[in-house]
Design a binder for this molecule. Sequence first.
Ligand SMILES: [Zn+2]
Length: 406
Amino acid sequence: MFKIVHQDGKARVGRLQTAHGTVETPFFMPVASKASVKAMSGSDIEDLGYQSLISNSFILSLSPGIDVVENIGGIHKFMHFNNTIFTDSGGFQVLSKDFLLKKSDKGVYFKDKSGKKSLYTPELVVENQLRLASDVAMTLDDVAHFGLGGKDYVDAIKRTHAWAKRSKQAHDELKESYNSKQLLFGICQGGIREEYRRFSTHKINEMDFDGVALGGLVVGESRKELLESIKIAVDSFDQEKIKYLMGLGSPSDIVQAVGEGVDCFDSIYPTANARHGSILTKTGRYMIKKIAYKHDKGPLEEGCTCSTCTHYSKSYLHHLLRTHELLGYKLATIHNLHFMNQLLNNIRTAIKEGRYEIFKNEFLEAYFSGKEAKEFSSQIQRKYQEKEEQQQAKYLLTHQNSSSKK
Ligand SMILES: [Zn+2]
């Protein structure tokens, strides 16, 4: 369960207790949709100091199948990660054009392994996550897509609420039979429209979930709209609840969202950036593949204590990533994830010492000061995410189609 231990303005430090330990908030989770943070083992993630990561129950249900993970003894054992594991419901993925056939109040019809249609219901989603034995499960939500207007938008929000209620009921009923201490978080929708966001926040809040999540953001809205929506949602939720902003991962966005009272984040941002050769530093990000770094003997970031910066030069990383050597992906990922973990450590220390506002302003000033400190816009980040999901979906469908023909 969740307890706030320090408060500094709206920013706070808290403790989330799960079946696999305590996670100090605010925290950031690397994404392991297929039970793997790309290029990294579970132990690698623990060694970097991460208390938690997030996987995706929908993606896992496609491959290897929930039964495979369950038979091995749950997701912790399967991927050898002993700290807290969140699982997302996969609402965002199942409703994408790659999978969605039709949605109704009952659930979502999607193309399954063999290309035949399967039904994904709020109850099934909850049971899948209990079978995976994750520590924190998420409800199935009907993501009200950015730009979707009028009746469709309101219908998606209302359906999210109905599904949240069914999820909670199913979780309450099933938890005991799985002998589980799993927590369940509800997700609010409402896009960037103030009245919708308030309405959805209010509805999810009154269902009394273990935690609450802000869904349907970081999907193409401007930074100003994003920050406004965060403020509205965070202010309308009960303050003692842990608040999770799904899909937000750029350092500058996180620093600002913590200032509004958000406790928990996840994103492919640091890992996807690493694999593209985009290196995070205190003065913004830069592209290591640029020719300027070919002979650079220095580390990725001066003063960084990660194992990559301790042992290797920019010149080596430049070479590895330009020649698509697998080690390059791992070494760059280690640095970017170390950077994020350090950032969150610094955030928590600043809150405990009552100087968060100063920390925030200093961080943002430095972050945007670098020569190449051109922050990814939300749109570009989104594009990366979509590209990755498309590749993932394509892989799964091709792979499954070919194996079913055998
Ligand atoms: Zn480093």
